[in-house]
Design a protein around this ligand. Structure first.
Ligand code: ADP
Length: 417
């Protein structure tokens, strides 16, 4: 009797103990069945509801943890948190990427020891030493030029004590931003210089005229001619700047779009440069098939692009030369070639040709009325049309600018609007 009685009590307790051991190992699907009708049965029920609660609470926690991990890994900024001994508590993918950490298991490892780049390691070391809220920019030259911006601070525990439990840093790659800033400041400096040169010249001649030269008819006329030339250069420069800024600001759209007949545009452009070409006895030739498909986009921009190329070809080709425009279709693109047999461009200069204000021969370009913006405008327009431009040139023999424009891209993007 005593044996059976003790069995009746000990068996359910053994069951509960076995389930508790499984729960401790992480298996929360445990349910005990105790039907003794006494306090042991109550204990069994309490045990079961405890495992249910435990299971759902741990599930919720895991879910929260997963959400936080997903949010952290989708942030493009690098995020690194270390404890008071500078051991990694948390790091996201971008953090690993920007700091060049390749090791897969990094948790609890010393942050500095994982960074291979010596410049970066030193900078991070200083940040960790400092700890307080701050900002630091680090410029790397190896393996490639890169500017990283660190913002960092201490981490305080959320508990009432608010004691410091580590440090956190956010890393951003600001290489592109710095490059754009430099381009902007260079551009402003260039524009100011370009505007200043004719203005200085104009005010110089006005001064001289006021100083008495106005009484000499010949000198006065010559000076007035120069002033007129310089003011029209200023006006051309401002026109080009406006065109450039217009294209840049409406890059996403394209302004007014319409069907573009390439042949018709070439004829119009030839009419515009005819006088200059005749003046140098330069022959203008075109070869455009009648069945060339129309393009679609901003017709004014297209014409401006072609005009800049043809105008350059005429400007940089000596007397008795020839300038030709040809166009053809290849697959889903239209290619337009503007070819001259003029002075050509060296390979070294070709790579910089499309930069704003870049001229191979500054004095020569100025003398013939160039602003240095023509090809920058061409490039922007070609890009807005979804195409590209290539240059083939032989110094002393001539140049060929080849523009590729996709036929249906612009139209297709319109229909999806
Ligand atoms: P610019 O107003 O000085 O002509 P562009 O941007 O149109 O400015 O052209 C930049 C430079 O490229 C010119 O200064 C010139 O040196 C060179 N260039 C452009 N087109 C030609 C060409 N067809 N033949 C030779 N050089 C050219």
């Amino acid at each position: 009797m005593g044996y059976r009685y003790s069995k009746k009590i000990s068996l359910p307790i053994q069951n509960i103990a076995a389930s508790a051991r499984l729960i401790a190992k992480g298996d929360f699907n445990q349910k005990v069945k105790v039907e003794t009708g006494d306090e042991l049965q109550d204990l069994g029920h309490a045990f079961n509801s405890m495992t249910e609660r435990l299971s759902s609470t741990i599930g919720e926690l895991e879910n929260e943890h997963l959400k936080i991990r997903s949010v952290l890994s989708s942030i493009s900024e690098g995020l690194v948190a270390v404890d008071n001994e500078n051991r990694i508590m948390l790091i996201n993918y971008s953090g690993r990427d920007l700091l060049g950490i390749t090791e897969s298991e990094v948790h609890s490892k010393q942050l500095e020891c994982l960074i291979g780049n010596p410049v970066l390691r030193e900078a991070v070391g200083k940040i960790l030493e400092e700890g307080n809220l701050g900002l630091r920019e680090v410029v790397l030259e190896e393996p490639e030029h890169m500017v990283l911006k660190f913002s960092y601070d201490k981490i305080h525990s959320d508990s009432g004590m608010r004691e410091m439990i580590g440090k956190i840093m956010v890393v951003r790659d600001i290489t592109e931003m710095r490059k754009l800033e430099k381009m902007r400041t260079d551009f402003v400096a260039n524009v100011s210089h370009e505007l200043k040169t004719p203005l200085t010249s104009i005010s110089g001649f006005v001064e001289t005229l006021k100083g008495g030269a106005v009484n000499d008819d010949k000198v006065r006329d010559r000076f007035l001619d120069i002033i007129e030339m310089e003011s029209s250069r200023l006006s051309r420069l401002l026109d080009d700047l406006l065109v450039l800024s217009n294209i840049e600001t409406s890059q996403i759209g394209m302004g007014r779009k319409s069907e573009i007949k390439v042949k018709k545009t070439v004829i119009e452009v030839f009419e515009m440069v005819e006088k200059a070409a005749d003046g140098k006895s330069i022959e203008l030739e075109s070869e455009i098939p009648d069945d060339l498909p129309n393009l679609y986009g901003n017709g004014d921009w297209f014409k401006q692009m072609l005009l800049n190329l043809v105008d350059n070809a005429v400007k940089y080709t000596p007397e008795n030369g020839s300038v030709g425009v040809s166009a053809y279709r290849l697959d889903s693109d239209v290619f337009i070639k503007v070819k001259d047999n003029g002075m050509g461009i060296s390979q070294e200069d070709v790579s910089r040709l499309f930069e704003r204000f870049y001229r191979v021969d500054k004095a020569r370009s100025r003398d013939i009325g160039g602003t240095g913006l023509g090809l920058a405008i061409v490039k922007h327009i070609v890009l807005a049309f979804g195409g590209d431009i290539k240059v083939r040139s032989d110094e002393g023999k001539g140049s060929e600018f080849i523009v590729r424009i996709p036929i249906d891209r612009a139209r297709a993007s319109d229909s999806t609007l």
